[in-house]
Design a protein around this ligand. Structure first.
Ligand code: AMP
Ligand code: ZN
Length: 467
């Protein structure tokens, strides 16, 4: 079944056809974290959603280039660097590392590229220069450079592509607000922010003087560099539609004169116990807070994957306990299948796989996808109880589960429980194999065995099992 997704650009469900359908390549950009604190569970909903999109595309045979930027310079970061009397890199490095660790804990595939804004200042300046040359950006008296929405629209370009904007209303506030701004219109936004003493050491030279980039231009510059002037897919949380993504479109199309992105996907927000997360309400959770309560990354991932990406999701601790129970049912069933299959291998039983993938092809209908999983668990348990499963049948069922799990990414309990040291050895063995150093790979396998773990190579990568 063809994959259909809801494209925010057309406000409709559309068959996903990439720009290069013959080669099945997909360029996918997801706005990454602003590394000024640990990411919260709402942020994680969006990143797990991006991981589901990527895995679904890969399952459908696409070669995805997944780019996720790291926003390592913006207002909140600079404020904290100043308050904590530290350097930008030291401050952001800590949260970037934590973010990437959490991403792994949640079973997300690592993006192929993770560009940092501070390492793309030349590209950002280049893009702003193009906008100035095309007459859609101007330098204000304070040395900042702004994007002119009026000039951009004057060229026949659309502002308000992702949502309907009332530009007249935006302009109505102009007289009131413009005293506070150096810009010509309140709707205009900063591409380059002139240096102010509060910025401390966080500054770069530019043709317009010392300063730093605005947040929106960072994403335009990094996505164009990584994926080209027009690419397939851009994602983020729904709060980014405006102004962030709208401004990304304006900057990119304003500079290149070409359509920026073919498909825009936006994930709905997460609420906690029915309310917006906030520190004062005491309902603000990072992944680490949940791990400290005894939950696992796998349980959190499961829960985040239970609701449709376009529906607001209400996160509760009760829901996490439910996730634990649901995973236990799957683990028990898969564990029994492993025992029955032993060393037998077989081609996957496709009925379950097809049902599951048809559900996802329908705009990532995750409820129907999980329903197919639990229906399969029920049927399989019944067949096991009836003693009607041969080793061959069990192996075929397991192969089906592995295909399905390549999209869900929940793995099995044993894999999730492999300690970091064992995971590190397993990774070192993969590296050695990649480098064709089979002697080293075998030595690591023996070391793992001595520590009570066996490693299996499957077409989907390595699997760790406790002996
Ligand atoms: P930030 O680090 O603030 O730039 O946000 C990273 C991502 O998390 C963005 O795609 C946001 O849209 C998303 N996000 C922020 N808050 C929530 C929330 N409560 N629920 C879902 N996604 C969120
Ligand atoms: Zn962005």
């Amino acid at each position: 079944m063809a994959l259909k997704l809801f494209n925010t650009l057309t406000r409709s469900l559309q068959e996903f056809v990439p720009l290069d359908p013959a080669r099945k390549n997909v360029g996918m950009y997801c706005c990454g974290p602003t590394v000024y604190d640990f990411a919260h569970i709402g942020n994680w909903r969006t990143f797990v959603f991006a991981d589901l999109v990527r895995r679904t595309l890969e399952f459908s045979g696409y070669h995805v280039t997944h780019v996720m930027n790291i926003t390592d310079v913006e207002d909140k970061i600079i404020k904290r660097v100043r308050e904590q009397k530290t350097t930008l890199r030291e401050f952001t490095g800590k949260f970037e590392t934590a973010f990437l660790d959490d991403l792994k804990t949640l079973g997300c595939r690592e993006p192929h590229q993770k560009p940092r804004a501070t390492e793309h200042i030349a590209e950002i300046i280049g893009l702003i220069e193009k906008l100035v040359a095309r007459g859609v950006a101007y330098k204000a008296a304070d040395g900042s450079v702004y994007f002119s929405i009026e000039k951009y629209r004057g060229c026949g370009c659309g502002y308000g592509q992702l949502l309907k904007l009332n530009l007249d209303e935006m302009r109505a506030g102009e007289r009131v607000a413009s005293d506070e701004y150096e810009k010509e219109s309140v709707a205009d936004f900063a591409l380059w922010k002139a240096y102010v003493p509060e910025d401390g050491d966080v500054t770069w030279d530019s043709p317009w003087g010392k300063g730093r980039p605005g947040w929106h231009i960072e994403c335009s510059a990094m996505s164009i560099k990584a994926l080209g002037e027009t690419f397939d897919l851009h994602l983020g949380g729904e709060d980014l539609k405006f102004p962030h993504h709208e401004d990304e479109i304006a900057q990119s199309e304003g500079a290149t004169g070409k359509p920026f992105v073919k498909f825009w996907l936006h994930g709905a927000h997460l609420l906690v116990e029915g309310k917006k997360m906030s520190k004062s309400l005491g309902n603000f959770f990072t992944l680490r807070d949940l791990l400290a309560k005894g939950f696992t990354g796998r349980e959190v991932r499961y829960l985040l994957l239970t609701s449709h990406y376009r529906e607001t999701f209400n996160f509760t601790l009760e829901g996490l306990s439910g996730a634990r129970a649901a995973l236990a049912r799957i683990d028990e069933c898969v564990g029994k299948l492993r025992e029955l299959a032993g060393a037998t291998t077989a081609a996957a039983e496709m009925r379950f796989v097809d049902q599951f993938s048809d559900a996802l092809a329908d705009d990532l209908n995750i409820s129907a996808a999980w329903a197919s999983v639990f229906e399969w668990v029920r049927e399989t348990n019944k067949r096991i109880a009836d003693n009607s499963l041969s080793a061959q049948d069990a192996a075929a069922a397991l192969a089906a589960w592995e295909k399905v799990d390549s999209v869900l990414g929940i793995g099995t309990k044993a894999e999730a429980e492999a300690p970091a040291e064992i995971q590190a050895l397993a990774n070192a063995r993969s590296e050695a194999k990649k480098a064709r150093d089979f002697k080293k790979a075998d030595a690591i396998r023996d070391e793992l065995k001595a520590k009570g773990w066996i490693i299996e190579d499957t077409p989907k990568g390595l699997k760790l099992k406790k002996i």
